[in-house]
Design a protein around this ligand. Structure first.
Ligand SMILES: [Zn+2]
Ligand SMILES: [Zn+2]
Ligand SMILES: [Zn+2]
Length: 349
């Protein structure tokens, strides 16, 4: 069998770099196939590896002689491939899987100990909170009742009489499936507050930042301490996950834990309970807001006062995430994006 000696170009990023069957055969029988395979394995079989062109030179200080000790020109295709590291599964399944695994281990160690964290953290006050967006208008959704029973989307007995200002029926008796394209779409596009929706998504990180600043203040208020006294007794730590709901709005899941001050993750005084932390979170959600005037100006059609959702069932988990039993984790949850962090020190008032 004769194989045309077409030049093999696997260095590009676009479809023009896709190899033909002949090129792949050329690659498979080439001398550097093993090295090429080794490179791909080294990237974790990344879907879009970054291709590096470079070389490393070493200088002999005594003689000033320069010698090349590594050159990507000697690699298959003349490039060194490294993983893209993208978190998004649809961009790179391999790298996103690595990221998910790493994030899971970080969260797990924060709940049960391990990886340098003492196992006693499993006994610390800990709350799993969900901070949602407020409503911007009725949308098609999936509702579940007790025992996970699927409920109708938005049933209304008086649907024939009660219409939106644009005369549209804003009830829905359907039991939507997960893949229903209507999910998350407004029942009346003219009623839906798209401006508020866009502003919330854009400014949700700022709302979260304020939440992390206000939470110790609320904790100090409930503990009847000054903030300085609080800082001497307790430190708030959290890990958060940002997700999109069906309606395309960001919401946050956060595991929030109390430690003693310092970096060695010791247990805080006994008066700091999960219930107290839960109350502080609720009070903080109610207190945090952002006036978009700085971004949108005073223009009434655009200006909003952004807040997290306040409905108890959507604002926070119904129960404090006190550890179910000593030595067991408060929660186990897979996550896509995380930002383990300690809240910034509140600015001086
Ligand atoms: Zn990748
Ligand atoms: Zn519906
Ligand atoms: Zn309407």
């Amino acid at each position: 069998m004769t194989i045309p000696a077409a030049p093999l170009d696997l260095t590009g990023d676009g479809p023009e770099s896709w190899a033909s069957a002949y090129e792949l055969l050329n690659l498979a029988i080439g001398d550097d196939f093993a090295r090429w395979e080794q490179q791909l394995a080294g990237t974790g079989n990344c879907a879009n590896p970054v291709r590096l062109h470079s070389r490393i030179d070493a200088i002999d200080r005594a003689t000033g002689e320069i010698a090349t000790i590594y050159d990507t020109a000697n690699e298959p295709g003349g490039v060194l491939r490294i993983p893209c590291g993208n978190r998004r599964e649809h961009v790179c399944p391999a790298c996103s899987e690595v990221y998910k695994g790493d994030a899971r281990q970080i969260i797990r160690s924060g709940l049960t100990g391990g990886k340098g964290i003492p196992e006693s953290v499993a006994l610390h006050p800990c709350v799993f909170a969900t901070l949602t967006a407020p409503g911007f208008g009725p949308v098609h959704t999936i509702r579940t009742g007790r025992g996970g029973r699927r409920l109708a989307c938005r049933p209304r007995r008086d649907a024939h009489h009660r219409r939106c200002p644009h005369g549209r029926d804003i009830s829905c008796n359907r039991h939507h499936r997960e893949d229903d394209p209507r999910l998350g779409t407004p029942m009346c596009p003219d009623c839906y507050d798209y401006t508020g929706h866009v502003l919330f998504n854009a400014l949700a990180p700022e709302l979260w930042r304020r939440f992390t600043i206000y939470l110790p203040r609320q904790l100090a208020r409930l503990a009847r301490l000054t903030q300085r006294q609080l800082r001497r007794e307790v430190r708030v730590r959290f890990v958060k996950v940002a997700e999109y709901q069906h309606r395309g709005v960001i919401h946050y899941h956060a595991v929030i834990r109390l430690d003693a001050p310092g970096d060695n993750h010791q247990t805080p005084p006994a008066r700091y309970t999960a219930q107290l932390l839960h109350q502080a979170i609720r009070a903080t959600v109610a207190a945090v807001g952002y006036d978009t005037a700085a971004v949108t100006g005073d223009d009434p059609p655009l200006r909003r006062i952004l807040k997290f959702g306040t409905r108890p069932t959507s604002g926070l988990s119904a129960r404090p995430a006190a550890c179910p039993a000593p030595g067991r984790p408060c929660h186990r949850r897979r996550s896509r994006t995380t930002s383990p962090s300690t809240p910034p020190r509140p600015p001086a008032i």
